[in-house]
Write a new protein. Sequence first.
Length: 347
Amino acid sequence: MNGIKLTQYSHGAGCGCKIAPKVLDEILSSNFAMPDNDKLIVGNHSKDDAAVYDLDNGTALISTTDFFMPIVDDPFEFGRIASANAISDVYAMGGKPVLAIAILGWPINTLPPSVAQKVIEGSRSICKEAGIPLAGGHSIDSPEPIFGLAVNGLVPIENIKQNNQAKAGNALFLTKPLGAGILTTAEKKNILRTQHYGIAAKQMMQLNKAGEALGKLKGVTAMTDVTGFGLLGHLVEMAEGSGLSATVQMKNIPLIIDDLKAYLEQKSIPGGTHRNWDSYGEKIGAVTDDQKFILADPQTSGGLLIAAEENAVPQVREILQQYGLGAFTNPIGKLVTKQEKAVTVID
C-alpha cells in the first residue's frame, strides 16, 4: 500500500473536479416546472451550499452532498478531506451536522479493497470529530476512485445563513488561507518543496465548526464556504445573489504559504483555475496574473466566507478567536452597492 499514490488514478483532484460555473448553469437550466413546495426554504432557486427544508417545529433540515476524486495520495487523508469538505456545507448554512452516509466509487480491478477501507476509516475519524455517525452509504465499481458524503444537519430557522442575503456595507471575512490548489498541483507535478509537504492536507482536514456559532449571530447576513470555484467565484455568487458588488483588498487575503509566487512561476496552476476564470472573469475588475491565479484557485474544503454588519464585527472576531481562527479576524473586503463589476480587487 505504501507504493500506491491515489492521485495517479484520477484525471482531476478534489474540488478542482467541479464543473465550471458557466457549464453548470447550462446543465441546470430547465423549462420543466416543479410544483411549489412551501416547506422548501432553500432549493434550486438560489446557488446555495445545501437544501433546507422546514420541519414545522421551528427547526429546518439541511441536506447536502459532495464527492470528488483524490487530491492527496494517502487514502486515510483523502477520506478525511472529502468528509470535512462535505460536512462544511452544513456549517456554511449555520447548522449543526447530525448524520452522514458515504458515497464510494472504486476501481476494484485496479486498487485493492484495503485502500478503500483506509478511505472509509479516514471518513469515520472526521465524522467523529464532527460528533456525527457515518451511518451507511452506497458504493459502485468505477474507473476512477471517488469518495464523499451525503450529510444532514439541523438548524433553527432564524439561524439559517444563505449566500444571497448580504447587505451593502457588510464586512467580509475568510477563515482559511488561499493557495491549496496551487500546492496540491505542485505536489502532483513533483515540484513541491520538502518544507511544504502536508501543509495543504492539514488545512483541508480542518472542520469549519465555527459556522454553527456564526449562524446564531443576527449580524451575520450571509455565509458560504470557498471550494472549487475559488474565492472569486463564490464571492460573485454572494454579491450577485444579494444584488450587490464586492471589493477585496489583496493585502488582506491570507495565503497558505508566503511564497506562492514561486510555484506560479513554475506554472503550478490547476486546470480548474482556468475554467473558473473563463466562467466569471468578465465580472471581475482588472487584476494581475498572480492575483487571478490565487483568487480563482480551486479550494478543497476551504474556509468560510462571511458577510457581517459592522456592529457584529466584534462578535464575529470573538467567535473566530474561540475556534482557533485568530489569524483570520481582519476583514478581506466589503460588500458595496452594485457596480459595473461584481468584484473589484484593490492592491
